[in-house]
Design a protein around this ligand. Sequence first.
Ligand code: SAH
Ligand code: SF4
Length: 421
Amino acid sequence: MRDPGRKIAPVASAQTSQAQTSLAKTSLAGQDRQGLALALRQLGVPDNKLRMRVAQLWRWIYVHGATSFDDMSDVSKDLRARLGVAHTLDRLQIVTEQISTDGTRKWLARLPRRGAELTPPEIETVYIPEADRGTLCISSQVGCTLNCTFCHTGTQALVRNLEACEIVGQILLARDRLGDWAYADRAAHGPARRPAIETRGLPEAERKITNIVLMGMGEPLYNFDNVRTAIEVAADGEGLSLSKRRITLSTSGVVPEIERWGAEAGTMLAISLHAVGDDLRNELVPINRKYPIKALLDACRAYPGLSNARRITFEYVMLKGINDSIGDAKKLVRLLAGIPAKINLIPFNPWPGSPYECSPWEEIERFADVVNRAGYASPVRTPRGRDISAACGQLKSQSRKLRASQRLTARTELPGQKKTR
Ligand code: SAH
Ligand code: SF4
């Protein structure tokens, strides 16, 4: 029997060698239509054929999950060859894959190195299966500029924003590992076959990923443009086809960008509220000093398309003796009056050195009672994947940004030439 929650590492050998042989090539996996059009134009595809060629590539990449241009049976051999010379369909490199006893999966993925980065940054992506659906929790930044005191990611300084293709790349990676592509056509025409996958805990539904939440590492509204581009790729009905009603962006409360996100992207919205008064919220979610609760809730009221069927989720982490009194619950209900809302009570997930404890179960239930009696269905979010540190707020990678002085030192230390001082 498999060791539950054991670490499988590394899963990266195939991708690594692929990446090594194609250093100068760029991957088209994760690109938006514009990116594909640009690549095709550079390969000499005439303007009047671009739309058709982009549509072909789009279908192979985002419906069939093609990993080789050779799979693309309706693309001419000549173009496939030219694509193969300049590009790959390489995925983000998986460093480790962990599977929890409850079926939750967590991947540590290595991003391509950019600019002055000495080591490739790493991010975490989590998949949470349930009986009838599967939710993929994706990261938008390596680290975070904000320092919410209860969040593990908040202890990791921002290394960089993810590119749009790296955000989409997390969905591709998960679909690969879950066998969640329309393989049939691809198998009929090309060498690819459905891979053998670990099926423990996967939903019965044909689609393994039905929902996306931007609740991984980082503050998505601080990487607005790239997150928006990625969401447009994810929601494209001719490709990954994840409806915007099943995509939720979670924010700590970047008020001006909430309005813009509503107008430009219009996914579902979740707000990390966590406190009902400004004094406590200033401490727990320090961005509150800039955008206090009133401004935040005004932005929520103005979010487009709200109705009882399209509610904003308010996330509230249960911290023992800090924000979990009956008085807090009553204030919470008063505060949200008039906003179509869901309240998500999240038991605090501890991490090494975290300064809080999770509220005892009876306290959480008492709190939930008040909220329920006020007419909110307030599911207490069962912590998933705790045994592999995949639960909310437990994500953190080792990536660190080097200070300018460290970068200089490191650049002068070529491999094998350790500085002697
Ligand atoms: N930066 C965004 C999205 C990532 S955090 C945001 O803050 O909304 C995803 C959710 O996990 C947020 O609601 C966050 O407040 C919550 N969270 C962070 N640390 C947690 C912890 N240790 N236990 C439980 N929830 C946590
Ligand atoms: Fe950043 Fe969100 Fe964590 Fe706050 S809760 S530190 S905004 S990732």
